[in-house]
Design a protein around this ligand. Structure first.
Ligand code: KG4
Ligand code: ZN
Length: 338
């Protein structure tokens, strides 16, 4: 079967075409139009601009895919209906509904955060590959610019949200703190790079660490900003200090993530841990988690598949279909996580 997956929840316009045969997958197209240049000068994603860019990018990407493939052959479309930025979701939805009508195909609505989880099941390569199997129940941590959500997945479709951030997401904290240091958006990858040169460490707070499975990063962000101000009061921020600040921020955030993962792992007796979403592209996080959890099976997506893409949406469509979800004529989008 052939599935076209479309992603427009945030600032990446993603579209991918996959072929599936007996639990094997082949990626026929995986296109991404990144908008970060549009949002860079604002230090974060501007929802209305994201919507405008999706509107502009979607037909261009579709044309590229159509050049090599007759879209009438697809079985259905899958679309990431949320959580995400409402204007971005609405512009994607309009496009997807129009396309589905034109092709006379139905749509499988996909949860964006579950799709982030599924990106660990495949490699970003052209040849046929087996879709990985996972030992359930699995603890799934989605860490991105918009979310820091911890889930317990009973199987691919049944999930229970254990906790989420009460304020800023982990990626958002990295982005905002990077901006305060005068670094460009998105902050996560730059902080990762600069942190490699660190020699020192500044202690930072870990809000609501002991309490349940929710996260809170706003206090940490404020403490970081105050620390930067204090340093600026007596000296110019030099390269070495910036490296130490990046290292300290990143390490503190990752230790919070590990603490909560560990607590959930012990409580629910989990053998599988999945970490996905944009922040999971961070190799230091991957190393820290692999070092900490030695008994468990740890899954991270390939770096390129960690951030938003159409491929995990197409794959999510397949997993839903395979487990009995019918494609629909009508779809609704939702901004908040479920
Ligand atoms: O999943 P994603 O592409 O979009 C959302 O759904 O938010 O994640 C984007 C987030 C941004 O906050 C970005 O700074 C962060 O992921 N990110 C990283 C890295 N690459 C992207 N954070 C830390 N290290 C990275 N290498
Ligand atoms: Zn995402």
């Amino acid at each position: 079967m052939f599935i076209l997956g479309i992603e427009t929840t945030c600032d990446e316009t993603g579209m991918a075409l996959i072929e599936i045969k007996e639990n094997k997958i082949r990626i026929l197209a995986n296109e991404l139009a990144t908008q970060f240049k549009v949002h860079q000068k604002y230090g974060g994603v501007v929802p209305i601009l994201a919507a405008r860019e999706h509107k502009k990018n979607l037909p261009v990407i579709l044309k590229k895919i159509e050049k090599n493939f007759d879209l009438k052959k697809i079985d259905f479309l899958s679309f990431s209906v949320g959580p995400g930025l409402l204007p971005a979701l609405v512009s994607g939805k309009e496009f997807v509904i129009n396309l589905a009508q034109k092709l006379n195909k139905k749509i499988i609505p996909v949860d964006h955060l579950s799709a982030h989880f599924y990106s660990v099941l495949i490699k970003n390569k052209k040849d046929w590959q087996k879709i990985k199997e996972i030992d359930f129940p699995a603890l799934v941590l989605i860490v991105s610019g918009g979310h820091t959500n911890l889930y317990l997945f009973k199987n691919f479709l049944e999930k229970r949200k254990l906790g989420e951030t009460l304020d800023d997401a982990a990626g958002e904290t990295l982005d905002k703190c990077a901006r305060y240091l005068g670094l460009p958006y998105p902050g996560g990858p730059i902080i990762e790079k600069l942190a490699e040169k660190a020699k020192g460490f500044f202690p930072l707070p870990k809000p609501i660490l002991q309490k349940g499975y929710n996260f809170s990063f706003a206090g940490l962000k404020t403490a970081f900003i105050q620390l930067v101000d204090e340093i600026r009061n007596y000296k110019k921020l030099d390269e070495k200090t910036i490296a130490d600040l990046c290292f300290s921020l990143q390490k503190t955030i990752f230790e919070i993530l590990i603490y909560k993962l560990n607590k959930a792992k012990d409580n629910f007796k989990i053998k599988t841990i999945v970490v996905s979403g944009g922040v999971a592209a961070n190799q230091t996080l991957k190393k820290m988690i692999k070092k900490y959890f030695v008994q468990e099976k740890i899954y991270f997506p390939e770096r390129k598949l960690a951030t938003d893409n159409g491929l995990n949406i197409a794959l999510a469509g397949y997993l839903l279909y395979q487990n009995g979800t019918p494609p629909l004529e009508k779809i609704e989008v939702y901004p908040r996580s479920i």
